[in-house]
Design a protein around this ligand. Structure first.
Ligand SMILES: Nc1ncnc2c1ncn2[C@@H]1O[C@H](COP(=O)(O)OP(=O)(O)OP(=O)(O)O)[C@@H](O)[C@H]1O
Length: 248
């Protein structure tokens, strides 16, 4: 279980204060697919990055399996970060390495033998349905295929949690559907807790069980997906559910 208690984050930019997160309290159950939705600049990325302490909160606590992690040193965080995989909107693959080597990369630091790494990477390639692209370079792949490689790389260290930062935002609807169904399968078959941030309500509806809405760094609403879609409370949620494009 992941618990955030009164998490705040202030950035300082040329002496200007930017309050990216304000007193966020949130609980994410093990095995959930949890959505965090909000407009651009609302604090979604900052929030998700506090969960693996890529961003340290200015105040508040973050509990992973009951342990407050905010005071851990960078060294103490290493084994914990291995339990948290992350994927991104623009995939973040190494362009000079093949698909195989991109996925093998996190395993090369673990003391596994070449044969063990090869076996594990082949299993992961099979899971994301990309075995035939094993020796290609990222430039030769479609966006959806690149995201599958990124997912396989994230799974290589056997994470308990997968953080997805706008993972489908650069993809067309059909490819988005295939990536979401892969994430759902990973959640079901491997029991990995998935936290997915997005500005697309349809993504939340497709796979999340619970969802939190954030606006200007504040948690404005949290509920199970069906209730949130049927009975949205906050104006922001209503707007996200029913977007209109009006130009002044
Ligand atoms: N490293 C940083 N230094 C200064 N300000 C930052 C930093 N990271 C984020 N911010 C600011 O914090 C606020 C929240 O940003 P964040 O990236 O978390 O929002 P977001 O909802 O993920 O937006 P987007 O969907 O556009 O990525 C913004 O005002 C942003 O400019």
């Amino acid at each position: 279980m992941i618990k955030l208690e009164q998490v705040s984050k202030i950035f300082y930019k040329k002496k200007r204060e930017i309050q990216a997160l304000k007193d966020i309290t949130l609980r994410i159950e093990k095995g959930d697919i949890f959505g965090i939705i909000g407009y651009s600049g609302s604090g979604k990325s900052t929030l998700v990055r506090t969960i693996n302490l890529l961003e340290r909160p200015t105040s508040g606590s973050i509990y992973l399996s009951g342990k407050n992690i905010v005071s851990l040193s960078e060294k103490e965080l290493i084994p914990l970060r291995r339990k948290i995989g992350m994927i991104f909107q623009h995939f973040n693959l190494l362009s000079s390495r093949t698909v195989f080597d991109n996925i093998a990369f996190p395993l090369q630091l673990t003391g596994m033998t070449k044969a063990e790494i090869s076996q594990k990477v082949d299993n992961l390639l099979d899971m994301v349905d990309l075995s035939e692209k094993r020796d290609e370079y990222p430039a030769a792949l479609s966006g959806g295929q690149k995201q599958r490689v990124a997912i396989a790389r994230a799974l290589a260290s056997d994470p308990e949690i997968l953080l997805c930062d706008e993972a489908t935002s650069a993809l067309d609807p059909q490819t988005t559907r295939s990536i979401l169904s892969l994430l759902k399968r990973i959640n079901r078959e491997l029991g990995i807790t998935i936290i997915l941030i997005t500005h697309q309500m349809e993504v939340v509806r497709a796979i999340c069980s619970r969802v939190a809405v954030i606006s200007e760094g504040e948690l404005v609403e949290e509920n199970d997906v069906n209730t949130l879609f049927e009975l949205p409370k906050s104006p922001i949620t209503k707007e996200l559910l029913n977007p209109t494009l009006t130009i002044d």
